[in-house]
Design a binder for this molecule. Structure first.
Ligand code: ARG
Length: 288
């Protein structure tokens, strides 16, 4: 039998595809309320360190040849830095976000306004609660066959399952609902990272037994993350098909990604993690 490592694609075979991202500088970032188990308003946040860490993430994208757009942060919206929650964009079509918690509700219209002003013609005002790419991940369909992409959609803590159907109708793409069961992994992008056109990385225990079975069926070749990887937010990663930017503490996951031919790049976002966010949360992909 050939060892699996010999079958895995090498870094030379993986291809980075240039992306366009939207990010929001953390000018008004703070932890002033708690809407997930990571947030403790009594724990101090170093605002200037948060800014430097965010800039390092943006610079890493630029160095890799990606395009980064920015939206102007609004005072009083400390979580607006988490651009991934601002919308879902596929084929230039924008599904606006509608937030579960009152503290974040004003972010939805603020992001929609950015899209309106930046040449996106087809913008859908959401009817049901959905927290953008926090819970909607565009992922490879049918085990890498020709069926195109699917949307993996989380529910259980934030997005309403009715929003899954709304997304399916709006984008005309199959939406696969997945139930999140661990409050630490309250958004889908804390438990799944899309790696490329073939597979994903995910932490099974964040999902209900039924959803775990669905993921095993859809992605038999997935990179399966451990409890340690998940606990340092390792799945909150952004991949361009070759480079995978992920929280630097996720060393185990980084090693497994490297074995599979990806190039992991560790990023320190310690201050943003105090709000329950990291690499992916700060990054919204603008798919044309
Ligand atoms: N404090 C924010 C919240 O709980 C963090 C959002 C993180 N974003 C994400 N895409 N997971 O809503």
């Amino acid at each position: 039998m050939i060892p699996e490592t010999l079958l895995a694609p090498s870094a030379a075979q993986r291809v980075a595809i240039p992306r366009r991202y939207l990010m929001c500088p953390p000018d008004h970032f703070a932890v002033t309320y708690s809407i997930n188990p990571w947030m403790d308003p009594d724990e101090p946040v170093d605002a200037s360190l948060a800014a430097r860490q965010w800039e390092a993430l943006r610079d890493a994208y630029l160095d890799l040849g990606h395009q980064v757009e920015t939206i102007k942060p609004i005072e009083g919206l400390p979580d607006m830095v988490f651009a991934a929650n601002g919308a879902t964009v596929v084929g230039g079509k924008v599904l606006g976000a509608s937030f579960r918690n009152e503290e974040r509700q004003a972010e939805g219209p603020a992001y929609m306004e950015w899209f309106r002003k930046n040449g996106f013609a087809e913008i859908h005002d959401p009817q049901f609660i959905n927290e953008g790419e926090g819970d909607f991940l565009v992922a490879p369909g049918a085990n890498g066959h020709s069926a195109g992409d699917w949307i993996l959609a989380g529910h259980g803590f934030r997005s309403d399952p009715n929003a899954h159907l709304e997304a399916q109708e709006f984008f005309g793409m199959p939406v696969i609902g997945l139930r999140l069961v661990d409050p630490r992994y309250y958004h889908l992008d804390t438990a799944i990272a899309v790696l490329d056109k073939e597979t994903i990385a995910y932490y099974p225990e964040a999902f209900s037994p039924g959803s775990q079975a669905v993921l095993r069926t859809l992605y038999p070749d997935a990179v399966v993350a451990t409890a340690e990887d998940a606990a340092v937010f390792g799945l909150n990663a952004v991949s361009d098909g070759l480079h995978v930017l992920l929280p630097q503490a996720a060393t185990g996951l980084a090693a497994r990604l490297a074995e599979r031919g990806y190039q992991p790049i560790g990023v320190d976002l310690s201050e943003l993690l105090k709000a329950g966010g990291s690499v992916k949360c700060c990054t919204l992909e603008l798919r044309s």
